[in-house]
Design a protein around this ligand. Structure first.
Ligand SMILES: NC(=O)c1ccc[n+]([C@@H]2O[C@H](COP(=O)([O-])OP(=O)(O)OC[C@H]3O[C@@H](n4cnc5c(N)ncnc54)[C@H](OP(=O)(O)O)[C@@H]3O)[C@@H](O)[C@H]2O)c1
Length: 317
């Protein structure tokens, strides 16, 4: 049993390592370097100096807000919601991918998509987004906290700026958007919150110390919030994916290292989005897409923590 578990965890660690390394390379420097730029809270859907549009009169569909909805898992969640006739509010830092997502979703699904450009790691972002939604009396049925940042390096080797960014985007933003948008969700109840954790949040991983810690915080936060919001008829779910090929380099590296098995273990972003939305509406607490990831999650959760830490340490996270 221990041998099997170690093998599974070793494979999982390789996948997660690949995934998070790729995220790390492409996003940390840019995110930190761009913080000042995004302190301006640019809102492109409806700039603050123009009259507030009558969004409710566009159609009668409810809204879902996806923090990190322009690419990857967030876009897949947006698409699964668009199919179900939700209007969308997508939030991300880059205008080009936001515009591309808006154009595609509006033309394919005949829904309305608002795009807001924010750096969600900034503490001013959540209150500004909530204000924007409240002023427009948005019929908010669903909040999806997707944007996140990982890294394969131990926190001892990372700069304080990188670590703060990770904490802010993975936990602070999720906590702040949930709280500031709660009145609108309550008004539209029954409603839903979907937080994105990771299978990496199920156990401490020495090499990815802070990533697993932040994702475990997202999972615990979701468990408690679900309990607290039950009476308000707001259902809280947490998505905990294993490897998802959201970038070509992740797929390439995974296949190179693990070949056929790697292909079997990964779940496509589209499928993750579809499963996440379906199970959120089924009011499932923890959503783990893919059979192999489910098996791994089970093993990881039943193993003693100290043993898990040692195993992860041995296989290198
Ligand atoms: N991919 C995996 O294998 C995997 C596995 C387990 C868990 N997860 C989790 O799933 C989530 C999504 O991962 P992904 O692979 O889909 O990522 P992705 O493809 O890089 O997409 C991330 C999305 O969030 C936005 N975003 C990132 N940082 C942001 C910031 N500071 N402010 C506002 N928006 C921001 C991005 O747009 P901009 O870049 O334009 O801002 C994009 O829309 C993350 O929380 C991740 O930890 C992923």
């Amino acid at each position: 049993m221990k041998k099997t578990a170690a093998l599974l965890i070793a494979l999982f660690s390789l996948f997660e390592g690949i995934t998070q390394t790729a995220i790390n390379k492409s996003e940390v420097p840019e995110s930190i370097a761009s913080n000042a730029l995004f302190l301006h809270h640019q809102v492109y859907g409806s700039p603050g100096n123009l009259p507030i549009p009558e969004i409710d009169s566009l159609n009668s569909y409810p809204f879902a807000l996806i923090a990190g909805g322009s690419k990857g898992i967030g876009y897949a969640i947006a698409e699964a919601l668009a199919k179900r006739k939700f209007n969308l509010i997508l939030i991300a830092r880059h205008m080009d991918s936001l515009m591309a997502a808006k154009n595609k979703l509006e033309s394919l699904y005949k829904i309305h998509v608002e795009i807001l450009r924010y750096d969600l790691s900034q503490k001013e972002a959540a209150p500004a987004i909530a204000k924007w939604c409240t002023e427009r009396n948005i019929n908010l049925k669903m909040l999806c906290n997707v944007a996140g940042f990982g890294g394969s390096k131990d926190y001892l080797t990372l700069s304080l700026d990188s670590l703060r960014y990770m904490v802010n985007i993975n936990i602070e933003s999720c906590m702040a958007l949930s709280l500031t948008l709660l009145p609108l969700l309550e008004k539209s109840a029954p409603s839903y919150i979907l937080n994105v954790g990771s299978i990496a949040g199920l156990a401490p991983i020495p090499v990815k110390n802070m990533y697993s810690a932040t994702k475990s915080a997202v999972i615990f936060f979701s468990y408690s919030l679900r309990y607290q919001l039950k009476e308000k008829n707001i259902s809280v779910s947490v998505l905990c994916p294993g490897p998802v090929f959201t970038k070509p380099e992740i797929e390439k590296d995974t296949k190179k290292r693990l070949g056929w098995l790697g292909k079997q273990m990964a779940v496509s972003p589209k499928r993750v989005g579809e499963i996440a939305v379906r199970e959120t509406f089924n009011k499932k607490l923890m959503i783990i897409p893919g059979t192999l990831s489910k098996i791994m999650a089970f093993v990881i959760r039943v193993m003693p923590r100290q043993l898990m830490v040692a195993i992860y340490d041995k296989v290198g996270g």
